[in-house]
Design a protein around this ligand. Structure first.
Ligand code: AVJ
Length: 326
């Protein structure tokens, strides 16, 4: 009785247009910043897949370890064989990790619809193609756009229990306070008994963390600098990409791992007829990849109105999938 839903819900033109105002606002701010969510154009998707394959970028391997080797435990924690539900994934990407969970759920005969949400329409097409091949029986409804807008769509379409996945350490791309507001926003869109599964990258040896974002091959640098190329192409700008350098730092006390672009000289950049002046060594803040202690996670769950049901770690204890209930 499984239907293959081919329909794809997309953003209106207005919403995709947030790229320009976000960039103009960020570069007008003091200090300058650019939102990392815009990394993921076609080149960015490809570079991120290269990052996930790097030996230094342990996050994907750790969470894959959980999804491959502890799928039974995961399934037990999120589903009840007698109860149908909708599985909503925020920032699904290519669904490489979640496909193991999806497969396990299908094998158990669980009745569920998979609703992957991602800001990249490109990666959602990749996801759909992969899953149609790998799991032909899967009911899938891809949603392209911002997390909350698409979560509202998904919860509007869903008439049953909801399980929301937020994997890969994506929560780390928010400042700690923002993460609290975000989780609370999810809670407000769910009903009592609904679940949220969040993947957290744990605090660990600071050199291990720094190396994951500062690879000697420069893939992470290209990933960050690609944002300037995207701005040039999509917003009619004239960044000289070679005039900027990637800089990464990790503060083991706060757990903030941050990336910056450094202007290598005094320079003017034109974007949509506006001029932006960069001083030599001026920083543009682009991404935070926050790391958490167990205590940080407990605090976040409680502050945002959830309680923790269970926690599943990888074999190295570097990463945790934490399962919360409203
Ligand atoms: C996709 C947000 C989990 O922050 O670790 C990887 C993105 N940036 N290398 C992360 C990223 C640089 C990644 N997340």
């Amino acid at each position: 009785m499984n239907i293959q839903l081919k329909q794809k819900v997309q953003l209106s033109d207005d919403d995709t247009g947030s790229f320009r105002p976000d960039v103009l606002e960020g570069l007008s701010a003091e200090p300058k910043k650019l939102p990392s969510k815009y990394f993921y154009d076609k080149t960015g998707d490809r570079l991120f897949q290269q990052i996930m394959a790097m030996p230094e970028y342990y996050l994907t391997q750790c969470e894959l370890d959980i999804f491959q080797n502890k799928a039974e435990e995961l399934v037990k924690a999120i589903s009840n064989i007698n109860e149908s539900f909708d599985l909503i994934e925020l920032g699904a990407g290519d669904a490489m990790k979640s496909s193991y969970l999806l497969q396990n759920l299908l094998e158990k005969g669980t009745d569920f619809t998979y609703m992957p949400i991602d800001i990249s329409g490109n990666i959602l097409s990749v996801l759909q193609e992969n899953l149609n091949k790998k799991l032909p029986g899967l009911e899938i409804l891809p949603l392209e756009g911002e997390y909350f807008e698409m979560l509202d769509k998904a919860t509007g379409l869903s008439k049953r229990k909801k399980v929301v996945l937020f994997l890969g350490g994506n929560i780390g791309n928010m400042e700690v306070e923002e993460a609290g507001q975000f989780c609370n926003g999810i809670k407000n869109r769910l009903n009592p008994g609904d679940l949220l599964l969040v993947g957290f990258d744990l605090k660990k040896n600071p050199n291990t963390i720094l190396a994951a974002y500062n690879d000697p091959a420069g893939i992470t640098a290209s990933f960050n600098l690609n944002l300037l190329t995207r701005i040039n192409r999509e917003l009619d700008a004239d960044f000289k990409v070679e005039n900027f350098e990637h800089y990464q730092m990790y503060d083991p006390v706060s757990g903030a791992c941050r990336s910056f672009l450094v202007s290598l000289c005094d320079q003017d950049v034109h974007i949509s007829k506006q001029v932006f002046r960069f001083k030599e060594n001026e920083l543009v803040s682009v991404e935070i990849s926050q790391k958490f202690s167990q205590q940080d996670i407990r605090q976040l769950a409680v502050d945002s109105g959830f309680h923790i049901l269970s926690e599943i770690k990888d074999s190295k204890n570097w990463f945790v999938d934490s399962i919360w209930m409203v």
